[in-house]
Write a protein that binds this ligand. Structure first.
Ligand code: OSB
Ligand code: MG
Length: 443
C-alpha cells in the first residue's frame, strides 16, 4: 500500500536539499519500509552510551535551588479551531528554575484550558508541579539533564507538567555550560547528529467558517513563505476542504490533522482522501488507539502520522510493530520531556521513520526549545513551529522568530533557549489569568 504514495516533487527536493547534501542517493520516502528493531539491550546502551563516555567530560552539573511557577493567559492573534473546539487564548504554566550558581532556566508546560488534546489543565499541572515534581528536584544535583526522569520516577503520567519542568532543567543546564540549547540536545543525540541551527517549518491552519475563508488562509500563509500547510479537519469538514485546497494549489505540501475525530468505521470515507496527494493524515482515530491505526493504514494509501497516540518511546515501538505509523509528530509535552524525545528520536533515526516536531501554539519559551530540538538532523519533515507573528503580538519573549525565505526558522542565538522573558509582559499575562480565571469559584 505505502509504495503507491505519490509524494509531491517538492518534498523530494526538500529531502534532497536538507539531508542528503553531497550524497548521490536521494532519500526516497516511497521506498520507506520499517527495518527490524534492534534488541532492547542494544537500544538502551546506545542511548545512554552516547551521552556518557568521552562526550560529556567537561560539562558542569547544576544543582536546583528553587522553582517558581507562573500561569499566564495570552491572546492569540486569531482564534484557533480544532475538532475539539475553538480557542482564543493561550494558557501556559511557565516554570522558572534557579540553580545554586544563580542560573535561571525557563520551561513551558504546554497545556490547555480543558482536557481536550491532553489530559491536563493549567490547574492539574500547577498541582502536580508544586506538590510533587518541584519538591522532588529541589536541592538535587544533575550531572546531565537526562538524569531528570530518574528524579521523578515515582510519579506517573502528567507528561505536560513534567515536560515543562524538564525543559527548564535543560535550559539551565545549557546556560550553565555556555551552550545553545540546540547544541546541548545534539550532545545527547546519537553520534554524528549535529545541529543544523535551523529547522524547516510549516503552519497549522485551524478550522475556518467556509471554504473561501480556508482558501484565503492557505493563500496568505503560502505568501508568507510557509512550504507546508496543515489543515485541521473534523467530521463533516474533510473531503470538501481537501478537494478545494488541492484544486486551487495542486503542488503544495498539504496534510490534514483530524485530532482523533474518526473511528475505524470511517475507513472507507477516510480512504477517499487518497486522491488528494496528501503528505500525511495526522491522528485520524482515537487518542489512545494504536492498533486500529494499523488496520486503517492497511486500507488507505495516505501515510498515517501519529500525534496523540504516541506518549512514550514504548508506544512508538508498538506502533512500528503493528504498522500503525508512517510518520511521527513528536511533541515534547506529550511524551513528558526532552529525555524521552531523545530516545524517540533515536528510534526514528534507526528505523528511518520520518519525523517532525509538533507544537501546541507555545509562547516563545516553549517554541524556542522545540525549535532547538527540531534543528537536529533526523527531524526531516517540516515542523509545526511557526514565526512569532503567527501566534502573538507581543510574545512574552524577545527577540521574535521570523520566517526565512526557505521556510526555515533559525534557532535563537545565545545560551540556552536564547530568548529573554520580558518581565513586564509576564506580569500582564499573569494578571490576565487571574482576571479571567475560568474555573469554579475564582483564583
Ligand atoms: O494536534 O497538532 C495538534 C495545537 C494545539 C493542540 C493540538 C495541536 C495543535 C496544533 C498547533 O496543530 C501547531 C502549532 O503549534 O503551530
Ligand atoms: Mg495533531
Amino acid at each position: 500500500m505505502l509504495s503507491n504514495i505519490d509524494f509531491p516533487w517538492s518534498l523530494r527536493k526538500l529531502f534532497c536539499a536538507k539531508f542528503y547534501k553531497g550524497k548521490s542517493a536521494c532519500y526516497n520516502l516511497v521506498d520507506f519500509a520499517h527495518t527490524p528493531l534492534p534488541p532492547p539491550s542494544a537500544r538502551s546502551s546506545s542511548f545512554r552510551g552516547a551521552a556518557s563516555s568521552e562526550k560529556d567530560d567537561d560539562l558542569k552539573p547544576i544543582t536546583i535551588k528553587s522553582v517558581q511557577l507562573h500561569t499566564v493567559l495570552l491572546p492569540y492573534l486569531r482564534p484557533f479551531e480544532t475538532s475539539f473546539g475553538a480557542e482564543t487564548h493561550k494558557v501556559a504554566v511557565l516554570v522558572e528554575l534557579t540553580t545554586e550558581t544563580g542560573v535561571v532556566g525557563w520551561g513551558e508546560c504546554s497545556i490547555e484550558l480543558w482536557p481536550g488534546y491532553g489530559h491536563e489543565t493549567a490547574e492539574t499541572a500547577t498541582h502536580i508541579l508544586s506538590e510533587f515534581l518541584a519538591p522532588a528536584v529541589i536541592g538535587e544535583t544533575l550531572d546531565h539533564p537526562t538524569d531528570f526522569p530518574t528524579l521523578i520516577r515515582r510519579f506517573r503520567g502528567n507528561h505536560h507538567a513534567r515536560a515543562g519542568l524538564e525543559a527548564a532543567v535543560w535550559d539551565a543546564f545549557a546556560k550553565r555550560n555556555d551552550l545553545r540549547l540546540t547544541d546541548c540536545f545534539a550532545h545527547y543525540a546519537p553520534d554524528g547528529h549535529k545541529t543544523e541551527g535551523r529547522a524547516t517549518v510549516g503552519v497549522s491552519i485551524g478550522i475556518q467558517d467556509s471554504l473561501d475563508a480556508t482558501l484565503a488562509a492557505v493563500s496568505a500563509r503560502l505568501d508568507q513563505g510557509y512550504c507546508r500547510i496543515k489543515l485541521k479537519i473534523k467530521r463533516g469538514w474533510d473531503i470538501e476542504v481537501a478537494r478545494a485546497v488541492r484544486a486551487r494549489f495542486p503542488d503544495i505540501l498539504l496534510m490534514l490533522d483530524a485530532n482523533s475525530d474518526y473511528n475505524i468505521g470511517d475507513a472507507e470515507h477516510l480512504a477517499t482522501l487518497d486522491q488528494f496527494n496528501l503528505l500525511m493524515i495526522e491522528q485520524p482515530l482515537s487518542h489512545d488507539d494504536i492498533y486500529q491505526h494499523g488496520v486503517l493504514q492497511s486500507r488507505m494509501a495516505t501515510r498515517i502520522c501519529l500525534d496523540e497516540s504516541v506518549k512514550s518511546a514504548s508506544d512508538l515501538l508498538v506502533a512500528l510493530q503493528v504498522g500503525a505509523i508512517g510518520i511521527l509528530n513528536l511533541k515534547p509535552a506529550r511524551v513528558g520531556g526532552f529525555s524521552e524525545c531523545l530516545e524517540i528520536y533515536r528510534i526514528c533515526a534507526e528505523n528511518d521513520l520520518p519525523l517532525w516536531i509538533g507544537g501546541m501554539l507555545e509562547c516563545g519559551i516553549g517554541r524556542s526549545a522545540n525549535l532547538s530540538f527540531a534543528a537536529l538532523p533526523a527531524v526531516n519533515l517540516p515542523s509545526d513551529i511557526s514565526a512569532t507573528d503567527r501566534y502573538f503580538d507581543p510574545d512574552l519573549t524577545e527577540p521574535p522568530f521570523a520566517l526565512d525565505g526557505d521556510s526555515t526558522l533559525a534557532v535563537a542565538d545565545g545560551r540556552g533557549i536564547g530568548v529573554d522573558v520580558q518581565r513586564d509582559r509576564l506580569e500582564v499575562a499573569k494578571q490576565a489569568w487571574r482576571d479571567n480565571y475560568p474555573y469554579g469559584g475564582g483564583a
